[in-house]
Ligand binder design. Structure first.
Ligand SMILES: C[S@@+](CC[C@H](N)C(=O)[O-])C[C@H]1O[C@@H](n2cnc3c(N)ncnc32)[C@H](O)[C@@H]1O
Length: 239
């Protein structure tokens, strides 16, 4: 049971200095942000969701410079509880090509640098990085005895088959009233040429009204919030 008693020294991390630091070093891309106005865009949504829902375990799949991870982890820190598993094999566009990643920049190669990156924001104790693909991560989930997922953020490979895989793999560990965020629902041209399939996947699960409630925010690259209403392990016959 969550305690709603006020903590002895509550913290609120999103002061202007921290937000400048986020813009400079966690470099949001496509999150409806506005650096000049010191507006984190969807970053406020990520932070606010975690403050209000108080998840115990968050899983983030894929991040260029850690913007989603930092916004979510700062909220865990301010909540005073919860952990975040960050899964990214550290692909880069230059080294691995556009079929593996578009926004990847090999940021997550060395464990000490990864820890220092998150320590800059004071969230190194909240974040555990797994330098592997989401398929490898979920294959090892039970062996590592990781807790169920209260909130997931899916932003890894945007190929339709990978989006489908990541969503269904997450669903193996969610419960009713877990939530999933999917980034890049509004990258119209990449969807049109078949290079991305986030919106296509959303359109497919939107028909499953007893299993999911979906709100899409089609601004900038777009993000969707999905409330899970089905049991763990839900599967579809579609595609
Ligand atoms: C950078 S994000 C996509 C762009 C993102 N929307 C942004 O705002 O920067 C893509 C990340 O997903 C990671 N990635 C690619 N394939 C993955 C997979 N199969 N599992 C987990 N992460 C993956 C890449 O290493 C890269 O860092």
């Amino acid at each position: 049971m969550l305690s709603l008693k006020p903590r002895e020294s509550p913290t609120f991390s999103l002061d202007p200095a921290k937000m400048r630091e986020i813009f400079e070093h966690a470099k949001p891309l496509g999150h409806y942000e506005d650096q000049a106005g010191l507006n984190l865009g969807f970053g406020f949504l990520y932070y606010g969701l975690v403050r209000s829902l108080r998840p115990r375990h968050i899983v983030v799949i894929g991040s260029g410079y850690g913007f989603s991870v930092v916004c979510l982890a700062l909220a865990l820190k301010d909540n005073g509880s919860g952990s975040l598993s960050f899964v990214d094999p550290s692909y880069s566009l230059l080294k691995h090509g556009p079929l593996r990643t578009v926004g990847g920049t090999s940021q997550w190669d060395e464990p000490e640098k990864v820890r220092a990156h998150f320590a800059r924001f004071g969230v190194e104790d909240q974040v555990t990085h797994y330098k592997e693909t989401s398929a490898e991560f979920f294959a090892a989930y039970e062996r590592r005895r990781l807790p169920d997922i209260d909130l997931a953020f899916i932003d890894g490979s945007h190929a339709f088959a990978d989006v489908r895989h990541d969503f269904l793999a997450v669903l193996d560990y969610t419960r009713r009233n877990s939530y999933v965020l999917m980034h890049d629902t509004n990258i119209y041209v990449r969807e049109l040429v078949g290079h991305a399939g986030v919106k296509r996947w959303l359109n497919l699960i939107e028909r499953e009204r007893s299993a999911f409630e979906i709100v899409d925010f089609p601004f900038s690259s777009g993000v969707a919030l999905i409330r899970i209403m089905c049991e763990a392990g839900w599967r579809t016959d579609g595609e």
